[in-house]
Design a protein around this ligand. Sequence first.
Ligand SMILES: Nc1ncnc2c1ncn2[C@@H]1O[C@H](COP(=O)(O)OP(=O)(O)O)[C@@H](O)[C@H]1O
Ligand SMILES: [Mg+2]
Length: 372
Amino acid sequence: MIGQALAGSRVAVSLGAGGVGKTTVSAAIALARARAGERVAVVTIDPARRLAGALGLDGLDDEPRRVAEVGPGQLWALQLDAAATFDRLIARHAVDAAQRERILGNRIYRHMSRSVAGSQEFMAVERLHELHEDPRFDLVVLDTPPAQNSVDFLDAPARITRAMEARALKILTAGGGGGGNPLRQIVDVGSSAILGVVERLTGAGLLGELREFVGAFDGMREGFSARARLVGDLLRSELTAYCLISAPARVPLADARALRARLVADEIQPRLVVLNRFPPHAGADSADESELARRLRDANAVDADDLARRAMANDAAMRDARRRAEDHAAVVEAEFPSTPVARVAALDPEPVDLAGLDRIVAALEGAADTAG
Ligand SMILES: Nc1ncnc2c1ncn2[C@@H]1O[C@H](COP(=O)(O)OP(=O)(O)O)[C@@H](O)[C@H]1O
Ligand SMILES: [Mg+2]
């Protein structure tokens, strides 16, 4: 299933609300393609610690590391370091070493590159593009950051460009030291991203640094914008496959719907929907409470009747959860008629190593119904 869903793509982007298992499923998608013979790099964002360990991501830098014992293809993993990616982007576009140093050392730049909302999304796609151009990889899988509004993802390149273009700051520099509060002027032209940074910085020399920041970008803006356009184009091209990760429950599915609507607005069809943590099958309905109590008594259980009653209630709750999930899945399948829907079981123990990820791979391949 996963091979067909990603056929012809060089990039796979996982989208979904926070906590649905985006990082885990992204790693499993990458592993599936590496098991199928491709050379795959997965960009993870905040992997659970043990999963990071299993992927060999104990290092602090964001260079891809080869994950051992994966074949016949290759699996490489890295953890996104948005600030380091931003610094590389600056280094690439600076006209000379002096300009590069001036920007990298500027306090406004440092805060903006490390804290402005949206810069993490942009750097995720920037890193994606770097890896896409890296001849070592056939496929790059991107686990996306938990955006406040996850549908903003596609707009990240355009948004960051607007912030960097800093029309606001041009006005500010033109205004010189003359009348008016410089912060006020920034607000007036609506560059709230930069305002947020400036508000958090205080002290003498701030205005000077702000001017230097603006000046430092002279000659670089064009290259920077062109790069953002290139990244935006890749995100909208046939080479990029979007996978919607959700859970078979009301709220995450509402998020998945919003994400799909956002994709469709850009004429993109998602290639795969993953319903993660599908509740397992419970025992059959037909079990009899008094029969269970009798067997428990035979086994010398304390409070056998009570135990039997609670076990039955627990089974019933599990069956209910399973039924509700099935209902949600049926709705998803009807709503996404041309998109394969993969079910991944709620695994116990949690999938924090390659063996765990391989169980998800089996579900993604459709080779095994791990949903039980
Ligand atoms: N199919 C699954 N079965 C059991 N636990 C899972 C499954 N998928 C993810 N998890 C667990 O859920 C937690 C959140 O997963 P994670 O991939 O980090 O989510 P996200 O990236 O969407 O925030 C982790 O502890 C992970 O091990
Ligand atoms: Mg995550």
